[in-house]
Design a protein around this ligand. Structure first.
Ligand code: PMP
Length: 398
């Protein structure tokens, strides 16, 4: 038979021996989560936690329709995309239908990092340039090419500073931010921006910023990349995509996290012109990207978002949370839909509240340049009772 599994009680002690310590665990006393359902997680002792962290489990942890779609296709066929297969074509069409014209050529990859790396290759192929403008505090992925585009990583946090080909524009927190961007424009290959910034502390840009930024970058011959890895797929409530909040249309959109509800899937969607520039004679082959299982899971996620009206729920539940949060005297409450940030006075306060919420069965994360922002980005299946539970726990924890 198979070798016995090591005793589960040893997990915490074994982990730093068999896994890299470059990855930290959440919480002073790490959680051992063994099951998820909807907006809830359950630990090994059966304790229930309301999950306000996991923007990946977009339609709810272990959604039965997503699980069924993956299991059904795994039992039928999983192979690479060098064969004709209906699922990936259906999926590409369905995904493109959610995006404005002329964004309808899809590439399927396995993560947000890979999507952003491919976007960089597309931009370089299209423009013949390599300079990229990013926003301060941005995070675009764990690949070397993406660390280079992530001030969140290369400034501090063990980073080695800004690479020469990367230019950093100020985080647009107020009107006038556009000048900081235009000052960085010379011969850009691309401008990368999340449509609402996550790591920077859930920053909603001033109205008109993205549209004007895109226009300025295009004027200089660059392409505009909207990183929707965190905010896409209805999370912002009013719209399906974050960039639609500003009426802006990017040249390349990168997708990840929620796209597969936890299944490793990512995508890049671009225009036919940019896609054509990438047909250089060097093939783009991605072993797992767009395989039938991923495509079926991606389709199921889109179906559930539509059938369960999750975008509308994000709008309603986001409003309910914001109403409640405004009754506290926090320095700032911001965001859109179920992508919210609560600005606190210090990192210590944020950490204390995060731990106190956990003790009350509510999981929340902290972020921002000073790690003093509570981030709320739950599965979109959050209910009104869940919102009230969050607010009550916060009232006690604060
Ligand atoms: N872009 C953004 C905005 C992200 O938040 C992340 C992940 N936190 C990524 C890209 C990279 O995604 P992944 O970890 O799936 O590679």
């Amino acid at each position: 038979g198979t070798a016995a599994r090591p005793p589960r009680t040893d997990i915490a002690a074994r982990r730093p021996v068999v896994m890299s310590q470059a990855l930290s665990l959440a919480y002073d006393e790490p959680l051992h989560i063994v099951r998820g359902a909807g907006a809830y997680l359950y630990d090994a002792s059966g304790r229930e936690y309301l999950d306000l962290v996991n923007n990946v489990a977009h339609v709810g942890h272990c959604h039965p329709r997503v699980v069924e779609a993956g299991a059904r296709q795994m039992a039928q066929l999983n192979t690479n995309t060098r064969y004709l297969h209906g699922s990936v074509i259906d999926y590409a069409r369905r995904l493109a239908a959610t995006l404005p014209d002329p964004l309808h050529v899809c590439f399927f990859v396995n993560s947000g990092s890979e999507a952003n790396d491919l976007a960089l290759r597309l931009a370089a192929a299209h423009t013949g340039r390599d300079e990229v403008i990013v926003l301060d505090h941005a995070y675009h992925g764990n690949l070397r090419s993406q660390i280079a585009l992530s001030p969140y990583k290369f400034n501090g946090r063990g980073g080695e500073g800004r690479p020469a080909s990367t230019r950093v524009a100020a985080l647009p927190t107020e009107a006038g931010a556009l000048e900081s961007l235009t000052a960085q424009i010379e011969e850009p290959a691309a401008f990368y921006a999340e449509s609402v910034q996550g790591c920077g502390g859930q920053i909603v840009y001033p109205p008109g910023y993205l549209s004007s930024a895109f226009a300025a970058v295009r004027e200089a011959g660059g392409v505009c990349v909207a990183d929707e890895v965190q905010v896409g797929f209805g999370r912002v409530g009013e719209h399906f995509w974050g960039f639609e909040l500003d009426g802006a249309v990017p040249d390349i959109v990168t997708l990840g996290k929620p796209i597969g509800n936890g299944h490793p899937l990512g995508a890049v969607v671009t225009t036919p012109e940019i896609a054509a520039s990438f047909v250089t004679g060097m093939e783009y082959f991605n072993t797992f990207g767009g395989n039938p299982v991923s495509a079926e899971i991606g389709l199921a996620v889109l179906d559930v978002i539509a059938d369960e009206r999750l975008q509308a729920n994000a709008l309603a539940m986001g409003a309910r949370l914001v109403d409640g949060l405004r009754a506290f005297d926090f320095a700032d409450v911001r965001g859109r839909g179920l992508f919210l940030g609560v600005q606190l006075d210090s990192r210590e306060e944020a950490k204390r509240i995060k731990e106190a919420l956990k003790a009350r069965g509510v999981l929340i994360s902290t972020d921002g340049p000073l790690d003093d922002v509570l981030k709320i980005k739950p599965p979109l299946v959050l209910s009104a009772a869940d919102c009230d539970r969050c607010l009550e726990a916060l009232w006690d924890a604060r």
